[in-house]
Design a protein around this ligand. Structure first.
Ligand code: HEC
Length: 119
């Protein structure tokens, strides 16, 4: 039996609509990936900082339970040494974070401290 042309035309436009929809969904999720959900940082470094340091040093390094980081600019190496060894009330992170994570979070925290210097 021969299919009527109108039926196949409809299913073709249905497929086209489906394709457009799929592309839109893909685009939307690609865009929404770049907007971090609340509580998460824009970068992996910021994530690490928020998860491991912000509780004591504040989301922006302004201090909380621990001292503010933004008062004293420190190099990433200095921060790294403190994060590895711990200091006073601050625990060592050497068994909690990997070498790469410690380096990343130290760079981020040093950036916080330097961004505010001179203010
Ligand atoms: C449990 C709370 C706590 C957490 C979590 C914590 N810190 Fe600290 N941090 C402190 C305290 C308290 C001090 C002050 C220690 C002292 O000098 O006696 C400190 C000191 C520091 C200092 C030295 C500040 C200065 O200028 O003298 C740096 C840098 C630092 N922390 C970075 C970090 C980073 C990066 C993280 C996350 C990996 C982190 N801290 C996590 C409590 C914390």
């Amino acid at each position: 039996m021969k299919k009527s042309p109108s039926t196949s035309g409809r299913s073709r436009s249905f497929l086209a609509a489906l394709l457009v929809f799929a592309v839109l969904v893909a685009l939307q999720s690609a865009v929404s990936c770049r907007v971090p959900p609340p509580g998460r940082g824009a970068t992996p470094q910021e994530d690490l900082y928020r998860q491991n340091c912000a509780l004591c040093h504040g989301i922006n390094g302004g201090g909380a339970q621990g001292p503010p980081l933004i008062d004293r600019p420190r190099s990433a190496e200095e921060v790294r040494a403190i994060v590895v060894a711990g200091r006073g009330e601050m625990p060592s992170f050497s068994d909690k974070l990997s070498e790469e994570q410690i380096t990343a979070v130290a760079e981020y925290a040093a950036g916080l401290s330097q961004a505010s210097s001179g203010r």
